[in-house]
Design a protein around this ligand. Structure first.
Ligand SMILES: [Zn+2]
Length: 299
């Protein structure tokens, strides 16, 4: 096994296809044997993991040098009209944090919710208030997991890049999960070396250098229409310029975890990891592609 880079960890969301046995526990050693070193535990359909298994995952991951993160259930909506549903969403997010901690995950990614019939401004305030409570309980309980709000690909979902960055700036303890497939799908652009560099520089400008030295990123191919994301596809089947994206990642000196969410999972993760190291060996790159300054230069 070649030594893994300490700077950037490459991994997948869920259980790799080539791993036998449908369990996260087996997925950890399997990922390590594939030369990948990050796994995002999918709690996306519910928190179906016992405390005992969580403890085993923590041990197994530390033995194999695999970095764990987790993804909270999809049905969380911190902007739900129904108060009961909103409270259940808060509780579920808190329980996801607790379970992630038990499993030794350093980060928990979540989708904040939908605008529904509310304006983006009202949605922002509602979600901000909810998260303020969750973060203060997490601090009180000393849960050692970073809470990461994801940039979302469908326009009906809260989570444009600007919304996510503003919320992270305003709430102490909240960090972004930058999903570049979602950013492309939502904006219908942001697909060149220069665009990617500008997104990353914007993140650094709004949140400080730590946002890039401890980044958490989702990536995949994507198809989309004017309403945003339709679905994730494999990198080679999509128009996403992943070579230029990797050049931007290298150029900005980003460190952290890159989680691949293509249907092919480990195939694309290994493709990106290989290309990342090739490009890094070759040295720096030049600006390529088209510009989208109108989107990126907004304050
Ligand atoms: Zn997600």
């Amino acid at each position: 096994m070649t030594p893994v880079s300490d700077d950037v960890h490459f991994g997948v969301a869920g259980i790799p296809h080539t791993c036998s046995g449908n369990s996260f526990l087996k997925a950890i050693s399997c990922l390590a044997s594939l030369d990948l070193d990050a796994l995002e535990l999918a709690f996306v359909h519910g928190l179906n993991l016992s405390q005992e298994t969580a403890g085993q995952l923590k041990m197994e991951a530390s033995q194999h040098g695999v970095k764990l993160s987790a993804h909270a259930p999809y049905f969380i909506n911190l902007n739900a009209e129904d108060q009961g549903q909103k409270m259940r969403s808060q509780e579920l997010l808190l329980n996801s944090l607790r379970l992630a901690a038990a499993a030794g995950a350093s980060d928990l990614v979540f989708h904040a919710g939908y605008y529904g019939r509310k304006t983006p401004g009202d949605t922002y305030s509602q979600i901000k208030d909810s998260l303020k409570d969750i973060l203060s309980i997490s601090r009180l309980e000393r849960i050692p997991v970073r809470l990461r709000i994801e940039t979302m690909g469908k326009r009906q979902q809260f989570g444009s890049l600007d919304e996510v960055l503003l919320l992270c700036r305003e709430l102490d303890g909240l960090l972004p999960c930058l999903d570049f497939a979602h950013i492309l799908a939502r904006e219908g652009k942001i697909n060149s070396y220069r665009d990617f560099c500008q997104v990353l520089k914007k993140v650094e400008k709004k949140l400080g250098p730590r946002a890039l030295s401890k980044a958490h990123i989702h990536i995949s191919g994507v198809i989309f229409n004017q309403r945003g994301e339709i679905k994730h596809i494999n990198l080679d089947e999509s128009e996403f310029c992943y070579d230029e994206w990797l050049q931007a990642i290298i150029e900005t000196g980003l460190k952290g975890t890159i989680i691949v969410e293509s249907p092919s999972l480990e195939v694309d993760a290994l493709r990106l990891k290989g290309l990342y190291h090739n490009l890094k060996e070759k040295g720096t790159c030049t600006g390529l592609g088209r510009d989208n300054h109108d989107f990126l230069d907004t304050e």
